[in-house]
Design a protein around this ligand. Structure first.
Ligand SMILES: C[S@@+](CC[C@H](N)C(=O)[O-])C[C@H]1O[C@@H](n2cnc3c(N)ncnc32)[C@H](O)[C@@H]1O
Length: 272
């Protein structure tokens, strides 16, 4: 399970990630991180753990044609989907299937290192932050996002609880690891220890409108590392997950059956 816990998705799952998770949840948070990063025209941005490119594309718009964006992800499926979307608006984007521990950039070559909902999956966070520090120009900055405690994002906590209860804990862990870096003190100290200064950690809460639970949940699961465990469970257990979730999410149900649910993430930044 080690690879699935690091959010390793095959190509079809990466397509589903782009078509389901990015519009519903990850895209709005990537946009919030990019906005908070205060990008300037002409800046060079490296997006580490870029996935299908949600943050990289918002960054390309912000830095404009005089800027440059480099998207890096260890998962070839994510990079293929990112490339297949064609050129972004604004700056050109170069995509690399590479690890956060070995960035394909020269020392002091980037203005900003973005890391959207990725640091929590990395086994060696200090090494990843040291690489970001290495490639940043003096005065450059890192900005990153990581979910706050899962209880502050009730859609996620309901999903993990229902899957743990009706399928198993190991399957639920495919999403649970997204909440492995949910302490502002830990984020701050990782950044300080990597040498970043003027470190700030803030909270972003977005109330997102999601499709009805019975439509979203099976599609969402299919786009995450939980898919294998869910798909091999019995029909009765899968139905029990959906029934349980419909009940847990009832307080967020709108008259048209869509959901309006708060999601909460830390946003952090530090300067080299
Ligand atoms: C939850 S996704 C976030 C993707 C994207 N930043 C977004 O906001 O949609 C986490 C990403 O981290 C990537 N990842 C995990 N370990 C990595 C590593 N060692 N180096 C680079 N990327 C990694 C995964 O492949 C995945 O695309």
């Amino acid at each position: 399970m080690a690879t699935s816990r690091q959010w390793q998705l095959a190509h079809e799952a990466a397509e589903r990630y782009e078509h389901i998770l990015v519009p519903a949840i990850l895209g709005p948070f990537a946009q919030a991180l990019v906005k908070w990063s205060d990008l300037q025209s002409g800046e060079v941005v490296v997006d580490i753990g870029c996935g299908t490119g949600a943050a990289a594309r918002f960054a390309a718009e912000r830095v404009g044609p005089a800027g440059r964006v480099i998207g890096i992800d260890v998962n070839g499926g994510m990079i293929e989907v990112a490339k297949s979307r064609g050129p972004a608006q604004g700056a050109p984007i170069d995509w690399y299937e590479k690890s956060a521990y070995d960035l394909p950039l020269a020392d002091q070559s980037a203005d900003i290192a973005l890391c959207a909902q990725t640091l929590q999956f990395l086994d060696n966070r200090p090494q990843a932050l040291a690489e970001m520090y290495r490639v940043l120009k003096p005065g450059g900055r890192v900005t990153l996002s990581s979910w706050t405690d899962i209880q502050e994002s009730p859609y996620f906590s309901s999903l993990v609880a229902a899957i743990s209860q009706h399928i198993n804990h190991d399957t639920a862990a495919g999403l649970g690891t997204a909440f492995n870096l949910s302490s502002p003190g830990e984020i701050r100290s990782l950044l300080n220890q990597a040498g970043f200064r003027a470190v700030e950690v803030t909270v972003a809460q977005l109330e997102l409108e999601l499709p009805p639970a019975e439509e979203l949940v099976p599609r969402h699961i299919s786009a995450t590392p939980m898919a294998v465990g869910f798909n091999t469970a019995s029909e009765a257990d899968r139905q029990a997950v959906l029934n349980d979730l419909t009940t847990r999410l009832a307080p967020f149900k709108m008259p048209d059956r869509s959901l309006r649910v708060p999601f909460t993430s830390y946003l952090a930044r530090g300067y080299k």
